[in-house]
Design a protein around this ligand. Structure first.
Ligand code: SAH
Ligand code: SF4
Ligand code: F3S
Length: 448
């Protein structure tokens, strides 16, 4: 049967948005829509948007402009903006792009069907009021059939002075351990092998759930959750992101060490290596505390892979303060670092300060940091040469069909010769024979 209606989703932004898109796609397929790769062939176009930096937001407007134009020829086109720009702009988006049918914030993702019914009844709908997020009722249409995202906590209660996320994602809402486990069990049954537990500040998991221990501590924590879901049948690997240095615990490191399915990879953004800047960012920790966390991780798990995010050119950052970031990066030796130049965001305190730096200074610092990171990551990955790494095979290598690709436990991309029909979803021991800038290459290791 060919579908009578087609949908297209383009997703911008982080893993939370990707997970939301997969759930919205599931809802649309349930409603009888079929996926179209090409937005210009679709009857319903949904942009799931990101506003973390200005360039992310601007990209959305240019995509949207093209579809708004198309709607003048195809009046029955349904045009939707979901995600963080939708939440930030709300009604104003309708004024800017009157062709829009639906503007929906991230908390409303699971309500897509209800909202669309209002649209099909002839209304232009804006859904951005804060709500209690509904538990999933539909099957997400997941991008991969090997690895899957599972949200554990929505929103963020921090108030980092540069960040829009608390404004657009709302307050923290943890899912219950039972519903998280139930989703993972279903994934296990469907043949998924790896799950990444998601939260903007995953260490906050459980703070908002009822229940305290005898000593007055929260009953539900990320560490307890990892314990609770660890034996889900079929799931071989568990990851989690993103960790916040302020709340990161030694208990969590211990759990990662003793729970074999939990991968030895930590994503812990530090943002700046300078204490004054960290204070102005309202991050709530110092560079010393950050270093202690990494030292602790390496004490328990010497080979753990460590990644992070950093911002350069925060308002008022001096050359010396920027150099403290370079120094921290040198001292730690990251496997991967996501870097960004500071971008002033609406309704965030730092955007209003009068000590903003010029674009030239910011981009110069960004280049210098990126250069250091590239050299360092290349050096760090040399340690894998000749080693046997466990790779979970996800896909064929699109650039070399004789190869398959997957990730090591440390989250490094790895390629090796093999047939995808035989290897998809398998954990394979791979001997690493070649190190590239962002990937490892190897061959299947046969135990004799
Ligand atoms: N919750 C995570 C980060 C979420 S946003 C944490 O607390 O670390 C992802 C990354 O975008 C951040 O780590 C930060 O490095 C970057 N970022 C956020 N706001 C930014 C801004 N205004 N300008 C530049 N980069 C920003
Ligand atoms: Fe933004 Fe800070 Fe929350 Fe991360 S912890 S999402 S940087 S406010
Ligand atoms: Fe972007 Fe929203 Fe994620 S602003 S980074 S999509 S939480």
């Amino acid at each position: 049967m060919t579908a009578s209606r087609y949908y297209h989703i383009t997703t911008f932004g982080c893993q939370m948005n990707k997970a939301d898109s997969e759930r919205m796609a599931g809802i649309l397929e349930d409603m009888g829509f079929a996926y179209s790769e090409d937005p210009n062939e679709a009857d319903l176009v949904l942009y799931n948007t990101c506003t973390i930096r200005d360039n992310a937001e601007q990209k959305v407007y240019s995509y949207l402009g093209r579809q708004a134009k198309r709607k003048h020829e195809k009046a029955d086109l349904t045009l939707i903006v979901a995600g963080c720009v939708a939440q930030q702009e709300g009604e104003q988006l309708l004024r800017r792009v009157p062709e829009l049918d639906l503007v929906m914030g991230p908390q409303h993702a699971n309500r897509l069907q209800d909202l669309l019914e209002e649209v099909f009844a002839g209304n232009q709908v804006v859904a951005t009021e804060p709500i209690q997020i509904m538990e999933d009722i539909t099957k997400p249409r997941r991008e991969s059939c090997v690895t899957a995202w599972v949200n554990v906590i929505y929103g963020c209660n921090e108030r980092c002075s540069y960040c829009v996320v608390p404004n657009v994602r709302g307050v923290e809402q943890s899912r219950t351990p039972e519903s998280i486990r139930a989703e993972m069990e279903e994934l296990g049954r469907l043949g998924y092998k790896e799950v990444t537990l998601l939260g903007q500040n995953i260490d906050a998991y459980g703070r908002d759930l009822p229940g305290v221990t005898e000593t007055g501590r929260h009953l539900h924590t990320l560490t307890n959750l990892l314990d609770y879901v660890h034996d889900v049948p079929g799931i071989d690997r568990i990851r989690f992101a993103t960790s916040h240095p302020r709340y990161f615990t030694e208990r969590l490191i211990r759990a990662c060490k003793v729970l074999p399915k939990v991968c030895e990879h930590f994503h812990i953004p530090f943002q700046s290596g300078d204490n004054e800047i960290l204070k102005a960012m309202k991050r709530g920790y110092t560079r010393e505390k950050y270093r202690q966390i990494i030292d602790k991780i390496r004490e328990y798990i010497p080979d753990a892979s460590i990644s992070a995010d950093a911002i350069v050119g925060f308002p008022g950052e001096t050359e010396e303060q920027f150099e403290n970031t370079l120094k921290l990066v040198e001292e730690i030796g990251f496997d991967r670092l996501n870097t960004a130049a500071y971008s002033p965001r609406p309704n965030t305190p730092a955007a209003l300060w009068d000590n903003q730096l010029s674009e030239e200074v910011k981009s110069d610092r960004l280049q210098r940091l990126n250069h250091l990171v590239a050299t360092q990551a290349a050096e760090k990955s040399q340690r894998y040469l000749g080693r046997i790494e466990e790779v979970l095979v996800e896909e064929q290598n699109p650039k070399d069909l004789a190869q398959v690709m997957g990730r090591t436990r440390g989250n490094h991309l790895a390629f090796f010769p093999g047939k995808i029909e035989e290897l998809k979803g398998k954990l394979v021991d791979v001997k690493i024979t070649e190190i590239r800038a962002f990937s490892l290459t190897g061959e299947i290791f046969c135990k004799l």
